[in-house]
Design a protein around this ligand. Structure first.
Ligand SMILES: C[S@@+](CC[C@H](N)C(=O)[O-])C[C@H]1O[C@@H](n2cnc3c(N)ncnc32)[C@H](O)[C@@H]1O
Length: 410
């Protein structure tokens, strides 16, 4: 509305609109807010299912479909007809529905920069990644500058597009088209690495002030036991075949918890590596492991400039913020990480620990329960990278202990 004040015109697209609830709801909202103030709001609903489009145009809804519609809205905009409810004709007339397939190269639908807001909820989650990427690319093309995209709550653009900023309000994530689309490097393909279990170090975690504190204490103990602390490892100076930096040695040192040596190698990389998301993430991980939180936080923020949808960066930021005593921001970044990557166990585990410390046992049980499930299928290399020196079994045992402490069933 701020951007369109001059021509007082908004264009909204509802993709995969199904039976039209979203599009009609938008029409009702627009009627009361914008149309009353002289705005022209056009709403287009699109679905591949022709029978659904036909039914939607009739505007007939069952009592079940309106079960969560406030009584006041139902009385105002619907007329009972037998066991159903018919939507008021002017609202019906204010929305256009068209049968179209989002996969098709359809110039009529995908015009450049014509929509201010696109809703595409619970549609791309059914597509193969190539199809999802194709459709998101078309939405990007069809959105006006700074336009908004709303996905379903279990959908993210992570791995699909780097052209959007992630936004958050009212408990919801949504996206805004960047001013200038940036093409982002692909996600890191971390190599599989064996796990160091370290169950004995768990006691330190349960009583540590923060997760970062626990990681630091555990690491110090390992460092004290390790005598191989030479620094003669040569820095990788060449790009790997995949186009990124050859970070195998850094991973090896990370796996052995020789963080300072790993950091020395990462810091010795050529300047251009400073824009590589893999290098930035690794540096942030290593700094976090060493408890150098201000530097780790700066590394995370730099990574988010390059890859705004990096779940790893948000998770590490959560640790840094907790270390700085800012539990609200820690919880926020964990939530963003969990949203961006629903299979990521660590932010759930961290949210569980934060909740238990704050005395919110319901949230602790919920998050720890989810972490427990996710940990079993978590990628081994990710456990190594983000597990703070703890292996899958150790983290699972920690989850169980914390669940018990929160009154849950392990
Ligand atoms: C799970 S429903 C989601 C409906 C609604 N957006 C919501 O969130 O409640 C998915 C909808 O996407 C539509 N759809 C699936 N593939 C499509 C495609 N290739 N083009 C257009 N619509 C599609 C389906 O017909 C269905 O109505």
């Amino acid at each position: 509305v701020a951007a369109r004040g001059a021509d007082r015109r908004l264009r909204i697209l509802s993709l995969g609109c199904a039976s039209g609830e979203e599009a009609y709801t938008l029409a009702m909202l627009a009627r009361d807010t914008l149309a009353a103030a002289g705005w022209e709001v056009s709403i287009l609903g699109v679905d591949v299912n022709s029978a659904m489009i036909e039914k939607t145009r009739r505007g007939r809804f069952s009592a079940w479909a309106l079960r969560e519609t406030p009584e006041e809205i139902r009385q105002r905009w619907f007329r009972p007809d037998g066991r159903d409810f018919i939507l008021e004709p002017t609202i019906r007339a204010s929305v256009t529905f068209e049968e179209r397939n989002l996969i098709d190269d359809d110039p009529g639908l995908w015009q450049s920069g014509v929509y201010d807001v696109v809703f595409c909820r619970n549609v791309i989650m059914y597509f193969a990644p190539e199809q999802a990427r194709l459709v998101v690319g078309r939405i990007e093309h069809a959105l006006s500058r700074g336009g908004y995209l709303f996905l379903g709550h279990a959908e993210t653009l992570r791995g699909l597009s780097g052209a959007f900023h992630l936004k958050h309000t009212h408990g919801t994530f949504y996206y805004q088209l960047k001013e200038r689309a940036q093409h982002l490097p692909s996600r890191p393909a971390w190599s599989e690495a064996p796990q160091d279990v370290g169950v004995a170090r768990l006691a330190a975690v349960a009583d540590a002030d923060s997760w970062v504190d626990a990681i630091r204490r555990a690491s110090e103990r390992v460092a004290a036991l390790t005598n191989a602390r030479g620094s003669g490892a040569p820095a990788p100076r060449s790009r790997s075949a995949a186009g990124g930096w050859d970070l195998g040695l850094v991973f090896e040192l990370l796996r052995k918890e020789r963080f300072e040596e790993a950091l020395a190698i990462v810091d010795g990389l050529p300047t251009e590596a400073g824009n590589d998301p893999d290098v930035l993430l690794l540096r942030a991980v290593l700094l976090t492991h060493r408890g150098r939180l201000a530097l780790a936080e700066a590394a995370c923020r730099r990574l988010l400039e390059v890859d705004e949808l990096s779940a790893g960066a948000h998770y590490l930021l959560a640790l840094c913020r907790e270390g700085a005593g800012d539990r609200g921001a820690a919880s926020y970044h964990d939530q963003v990480a969990a949203y961006l990557d629903p299979g990521f166990a660590m932010p759930r585990l961290h949210l569980g620990l934060l909740a238990r410390r704050a005395g919110d046992v319901d949230a602790a049980r919920r998050e720890l329960g989810q972490a427990l499930v996710l940990l079993q299928r978590e990628d081994a290399s990710r456990v190594m990278l983000f597990g703070g020196g703890f292996g899958r079994e150790a983290l699972t045992a920690l989850c169980r202990t914390e669940l018990l402490r929160s009154g849950g069933k392990p």
